[in-house]
Design a binder for this molecule. Structure first.
Ligand code: FAD
Length: 405
């Protein structure tokens, strides 16, 4: 029996990688090792419809649990990999057993940044949202009337605020930066979402620096801000970003720098080791990039699968992303990084709008709020490597279809 291909991490990328290996015709032994108890599941609903109780676990699963067996894939759950020995082509599991691999894929994802214990990060009532277990602990205590503090105005914090406000909690969101979504979107998009939250009673405080989360008897009581003010809170959700899971790779001597460094074919810096998804840092259009999205987890994993079977092509994605808050669906095509202008375009329906990001005259990205048409056309234009004049983007009467063909 030849050694298997081993995938470490049973998440979005791990599942996509295994599926692509099989669909490309690899019929050799294939093992997925995952440290969670559930088969690979989708994380986006964790801060959306799973948190609000509208979705159950079976509908989160990327594939039914039976699919892995049917595909002759050995899915080993509750199984953490503790060590990789690249020279021996071997991994060690938490129970001390060892497995040899022919090729290894690291799809270990990321973990949420936490507040240090000295700032109250360990108090009861303080939550992060990354895993099903996190939300299974949080959702049952989201009772109407409670005070929820959300720390961090990125997408996960804003989504959690939206769910909690819709459930009748009193929500305050604090953001240290001058505005919400500072890292990922322009001021116009931030303004749009600030208005939505305002309408639903969420108080957003920007340029608001947290000093610590005080507690009593080990339980959160609120937030002490640097300006001396105190916010009362029964619960806190910390949404201050994520860090890639690179410990294993680092200890194995792989090059790591904000993620596991890979080349355009998803190859890490040791023979027969690949990485994809949130944990991988790849070369993209002249710079190094790590993306935190479903699009990237799936497409990069599929790219890695092909590379493991001998393909040799650079991964060159057109990123896309989405966020749901209240009745607004935000769809993002492209990546706005490096933009110098953002042009608003009113949509056809009330409340719909899109924002078109440019670097010089080149279209980089589109944020579409309840405007699926703007998203679809913007994505087509960006994927084709084309652009549109800013005046066209700004003119609601201009027909964008002609630019997308
Ligand atoms: C709350 C939330 C909302 C999101 N919303 C969106 C959204 O709206 N749109 C979007 O595009 N993206 C969204 N994302 C991001 C998206 O879910 C991630 O980018 C995607 O899940 C990344 O896939 P991955 O396979 O790289 O990592 P993961 O899905 O995190 O999978 C990694 C797996 O590896 C396991 N693992 C790690 N180390 C080991 C080890 N040593 N041994 C065994 N197993 C290990 C982890 O426990 C985990 O199960 C959201 C994420 C979260 C948390």
């Amino acid at each position: 029996m030849p050694d298997p291909i081993i995938i470490v991490g049973a998440g979005q990328a791990g599942a996509a990688l295994a599926a692509r290996l099989r669909s490309l015709g690899y019929d050799g032994p294939l093992v997925i090792l995952g440290d969670e108890v559930h088969p690979p599941y989708q994380r986006p609903p964790l801060s959306k419809k799973y948190m609000s109780g509208e979705l159950d676990i079976p509908r989160l699963l990327i594939r039914p649990a039976s699919w892995y067996g049917e595909q002759n894939i050995e899915l080993r759950l509750s199984t953490a990999v503790t060590e990789i020995s690249p020279r021996e082509h071997r991994v060690t599991l938490a129970d001390g057993s060892r497995l040899s691999y022919a090729k290894l894929a690291l799809t270990t994802g990321a973990h949420p940044r936490r507040l240090p214990a000295g700032m109250g990060g360990d108090l009861a009532g303080v939550f992060t949202i990354r895993n099903l277990a996190d939300v299974d602990a949080l959702a049952p205590v989201l009772d109407p009337g409670k005070n929820l503090l959300v720390v961090g105005g990125g997408y996960i914090g804003l989504e959690a605020a939206a769910v909690a406000a819709s459930k009748g909690l009193k929500v305050i969101l604090i953001e240290m930066a001058p505005r919400i979504l500072q890292r990922v979107a322009c001021a116009l998009t931030a303004d749009y979402f600030r208005r939505q939250h305002g309408r639903h009673g969420v108080a957003i405080r920007e340029s608001a620096a947290l000093l610590e989360l005080p507690g009593k008897d080990g339980r959160l009581t609120g937030a002490l801000m640097q300006d001396g003010s105190v916010i009362e809170a029964d619960l806190a959700v910390i949404g201050i970003g994520i860090a890639p899971n690179v410990d294993l790779a680092e200890r194995a001597g792989l090059a790591v720098e904000n993620g596991i460094l890979v080349d355009g074919s998803c190859r890490a810096t040791a023979a027969d080791i690949y990485a994809a998804g949130d944990c991988a840092n790849f070369p993209w259009r002249g710079t190094r990039t790590r993306l935190e999205s479903v699009q990237n987890a799936i497409e990069q994993a599929e790219h890695a699968a092909a590379a493991m079977l001998g393909a040799n092509k650079d991964y060159d994605p057109t990123p896309w992303f989405w966020s749901d808050q209240y009745d607004v669906k935000l769809q993002i095509a492209g990546l706005c990084r490096g933009y110098d202008d953002a042009v608003p375009r009113p949509g056809r329906r009330e409340g719909s709008q899109s924002i078109w990001y440019f670097a010089g005259e080149r279209l980089l990205a589109v944020d579409a709020m309840n405007d699926a048409l703007a998203y679809a056309l913007g994505k087509k234009i960006i994927e084709a490597g084309r652009s549109i004049p800013k005046a066209v983007a700004a003119d609601p009467a201009a027909d964008l279809k002609r630019w997308a063909v």
